[in-house]
Design a protein around this ligand. Structure first.
Ligand SMILES: NC(=O)c1ccc[n+]([C@@H]2O[C@H](COP(=O)([O-])OP(=O)(O)OC[C@H]3O[C@@H](n4cnc5c(N)ncnc54)[C@H](OP(=O)(O)O)[C@@H]3O)[C@@H](O)[C@H]2O)c1
Length: 253
């Protein structure tokens, strides 16, 4: 059960090998999370994530196959996991791809891959998760969105629009769950230094997976609905939304 300060004892991660997710697992493990299921693409990264969760002190760690674009399989996967583990206090939605904007904006398959992975596939999984959380009457659904979804940039609009869709969907789902004991927290990090952004010049206010994890834990404590990382980006993007299009389209990725 979720403890008095909002921390989960059981966690399901969709996108279990994500660097940010691994940092979140390490943070909640230090606060008595004892069961973690890492649902992700099979491979060495997922195996390493399992090892890292065990080293962080999680007693029961399991990896299961999750492919975000395998939409038909989501219902059965979620049903079997909730049945087998007796439910989860928290579900973290962490899968995502950045894509290659320059190539994807000329490639129907590349564009669809980013949008299906980041939005359609995850939204489909989230409705299955939401129904199980609603039935158990408690739980937190934490979704890794991005400031890129606050306003799509010319240099990054395939990824940005996929995050805008995921973000809007998550907020609507949170409203649909109001009063059920289940809540949704949307996390909007800026540039996070790590595998996804490797080789890119850090944007202003660049942060780390550990800082995102810390903000997730603080957000759980105060039952936040939207969390920016770092927090200053809330105000930066409140202004950015009003920058004229002629200037906005020159913003770098
Ligand atoms: N890094 C940033 O600057 C940043 C900023 C804001 C928001 N975010 C968001 O935060 C989340 C986590 O990102 P991260 O920084 O931790 O990057 P990451 O380490 O690359 O994690 C992304 C994870 O998504 C998984 N994934 C990709 N396609 C998938 C698919 N089709 N099915 C299932 N899993 C899939 C990847 O699996 P594999 O390990 O198999 O590749 C990887 O484990 C993402 O949603 C990302 O968009 C990141």
């Amino acid at each position: 059960m979720i403890d008095a300060v909002g921390q989960p004892q059981s966690l399901l991660v969709l996108g279990g090998a994500s660097e940010i997710a691994q940092a979140v697992v390490a943070s909640v493990a230090g606060r008595r999370c004892r069961t973690v299921v890492l649902a992700g693409r099979e491979g060495p990264r997922l195996t390493e994530a399992v090892e890292r969760a065990r080293s962080a002190g999680v007693d029961q760690v399991e990896a299961v196959r999750f492919e975000a674009t395998d939409i038909e399989g989501h219902g059965e996967l979620v049903r079997s996991l909730f049945d087998r583990f007796g439910g989860f206090d928290m579900v973290l939605v962490a899968a995502g791809v950045l894509g290659d904007q320059q190539a994807d904006e000329h490639d129907p398959v590349g564009t669809a891959r980013v949008i299906t992975t980041n939005f359609t596939g995850l939204a489909a999984a989230m409705v299955a998760v939401a129904d199980r959380l609603r039935a158990q009457g408690y739980g937190r659904l934490v979704v890794l969105s991005s400031v890129a979804g606050d306003r799509a940039r010319r240099a990054n609009f395939v990824y940005g629009s996929s995050k805008a869709g995921l973000d809007a969907f998550s907020q609507g789902l949170g409203d649909a769950l109001a009063g059920t004991g289940v809540s949704v927290m949307v996390v909007r990090p800026g540039f996070v230094k790590g595998r996804m952004t490797e080789g890119m010049d850090p944007a202003p206010f660049a942060t780390t997976p550990e800082a995102v994890a810390e903000s997730v834990v603080r957000g759980l404590e105060r039952d936040a609905q939207v969390v920016y990382v770092p927090g200053v980006l809330r105000w930066v993007f409140a202004v950015m939304r009003h920058v004229p299009r002629t200037l906005w389209r020159r913003m770098p990725a």
